[in-house]
Design a protein around this ligand. Structure first.
Ligand SMILES: C[S@@+](CC[C@H](N)C(=O)[O-])C[C@H]1O[C@@H](n2cnc3c(N)ncnc32)[C@H](O)[C@@H]1O
Length: 200
């Protein structure tokens, strides 16, 4: 999947996405607990990579985290700056985060790695590991499935992943799993998984 195609797809649907998800009201309490536990009390800079409209950046800011939301879609960054004035936001890339090696204390990648092709994912994880200080925690949220496969997501093609495979790739990239959450499909809501993993 070309990054520019993903960017254009989100840009053209940014208003719909903001209306649907921008309030953050749909976030499951178990997920907020996971995010808060691993990233809400971190000393040092935390990145919300692929922050979209910025609702989880705002949540982390409300927990007193020094958080910056980063996304490649200008419409999301403009909205996020207005909606969450006490948080910081930047236009930027997950695949090439503009941060020095070991400079970040934690990171969230909440449904923002779902459009990476299987052969692109390790590069993105390696870049996140590069900027992470030892012991820093990455929290990843994603669609879960029995095998890695693409499907027609409402915005643009996404992938579902077995949680074990994401854990294996995190381990290959220099992270050790700390905690995992899994929820089966529930009506319209697809099966979900999230993993918190520390940089070793
Ligand atoms: C499904 S949305 C998730 C947004 C937000 N994290 C949430 O939970 O609602 C995926 C987001 O990742 C961003 N994204 C995907 N690939 C990216 C990349 N290579 N660099 C920066 N942002 C990216 C998209 O622009 C989009 O905002």
């Amino acid at each position: 999947m070309k990054t520019s195609d993903v960017q254009q797809a989100y840009s053209s649907l940014s208003h719909v996405y903001i209306d649907l998800f921008g309030s953050g009201q749909h976030e499951h309490p178990d997920d907020l607990r996971l995010i808060d536990q691993h990233l809400g009390h971190v000393t040092g800079p935390v990145l919300d990579l692929g922050c979209g409209p910025g609702h989880l950046t705002g949540y982390l800011r409300s927990r007193d985290t020094d958080v910056t939301g980063i996304d490649m879609v200008p419409e999301f960054i403009a909205h996020a700056r207005q909606a969450h004035p006490t948080a910081k936001f930047e236009l930027g890339s997950i695949a090439r985060p503009a941060r020095a090696d070991g400079s970040v204390a934690g990171a969230l990648a909440w449904y923002s790695l779902i459009h990476f092709e299987p052969n692109q994912l390790n590069h993105a994880l390696a870049e996140i590991r590069r900027i992470m200080a030892p012991g820093g925690v990455l929290v990843v949220g994603f669609f879960e499935g029995p095998r890695c496969e693409p499907f027609e997501h409402k915005v643009i093609t996404a992938h579902r992943w077995p949680a074990d495979e994401i854990a294996r790739r995190l381990a290959e990239s220099g992270f050790i799993e700390l905690e995992r959450l899994q929820r089966p499909r529930d009506g319209e809501r697809r099966a979900h998984a999230a993993i918190a993993a520390a940089a070793v």
